[in-house]
Ligand binder design. Sequence first.
Ligand code: TYD
Ligand code: MG
Length: 469
Amino acid sequence: MAKAKSTVFFCRECGFESTKWLGQCPGCHAWNSFTEAPAQRTPQKRGLSQSGKGAMGISGISGGADIGKAVRLEQIDMTRQPRMDAGSAELNRVLGGGVVPGSLILVGGDPGIGKSTLLLQTCRQLAAAGRKVLYISGEESLTQIRMRADRIGTFTGDLTFYCETDLDVIEEKLTQWKPDVVIIDSIQTMYREEVSAVPGSVSQVRESTAVLLRMAKGLGIAIFIVGHVTKEGTVAGPRVLEHMVDTVLYFEGDRMAAYRILRAVKNRFGSTNEIGVFEMGERGLEEVPNPSEYMLNGRPEGASGSVVTCTMEGTRPILSEVQALVCRTNFGMPRRTAAGTDYNRVNLLMAVLEKRLGLAMGQCDAYVNIAGGMKISEPSIDLAIVAAILSSYQDKAWDDRTMIFGEVGLAGEVRAVNMCQQRVDEAVKLGFTTCILPKVNLARLKRPEGLRLIGISGVGELLGKKKNG
Ligand code: TYD
Ligand code: MG
């Protein structure tokens, strides 16, 4: 057997492992992201391993007692893992129905997006529901936590705060205290003495996660890990540990806009299609149970260039407003911008209008915007962009109660979209009276009451469907 090398190289972005330094990472294609780190030791058996086979390594199994057992499906005891109610309908949905005991959950996101706030609120709810909760902070002092907690509300129940970054000490405390839920804020501040690298480096982050994984599985504690997304530098991002944890949630949104979206990227205990919507307010994060209504807030009435469309976020339909402003260009080179959607897509759709409908788009500036700071990349938004551009070009407004969605092809044809029924139902729920959609989708649609469905097969058909035209 070849002698194992004592150091290996890791990509700081995605954790790709290589025996030699590489300029570009084959995993995530990032440049100059490799750092040298000592090779991972074979996981030691510590006091937590229950089977004595040392199997509680990096690939831990929930409930250490299961190791070495062979049973039939119907013999598996299902009463052992009741999920804990996280106290928030949005978070519960993203987690697939609540917090699974003994699971390791990574909450990633840009610094300052609200991860600590979200988890502090979750702690508050869990403690109030009678769970034993421990919040370990390596970033903020107890006074700072108190200041945040005072904004959020009153705290009751068995909730302990603890400032520590040494994982060996944390491990000792967890074994002693046996809480139900633990928050680690953040993984980039945690370290183990044995690993000779600075906290936040790839090897520290990986080793720390391995220790936490062993504790979660061995002691049946649900552990939430906060991981900051880092642009560059020496700090390893949360992607490095994605493969080790059970659930990966990303908290995203514009720091300037109030709403935040919690998205499941990986979930061993539920679907990854779900999102939770929150709003950052004066007193912490508030749930937004009806995001469509929220996104359409403050929509101008009777203004040209404004169109409501419906996109799917997992299984959840969300209505949003597409705005376009088209005006004659003052210079030879038309200016185009796209905020919240793909710039090239907007250019492509304008070329389709020019070629198929003969409109002089080449002499027009166009600014397309998704109101509310949403980012939409779904092709079903095409028809709404086209409708908004046409509306602004002709300066004729669409009816306020009309919703438009569909994909547009290069020949100007309107193509089918998926999950059409959910989109149509959402339109009805929010009081829309007309829906313009791909004709091919009509066949399999249950027609809801009170909504006029107009199926179209080409972008040209939009021209004849104006409010005032
Ligand atoms: P925080 O949870 O500290 O972010 P992270 O842990 O992801 O780095 O959230 C920080 C931001 O949230 C901060 O800019 C202040 C804002 N905030 C509010 O607007 N209202 C509040 O009630 C709280 C607690 C925070
Ligand atoms: Mg924080």
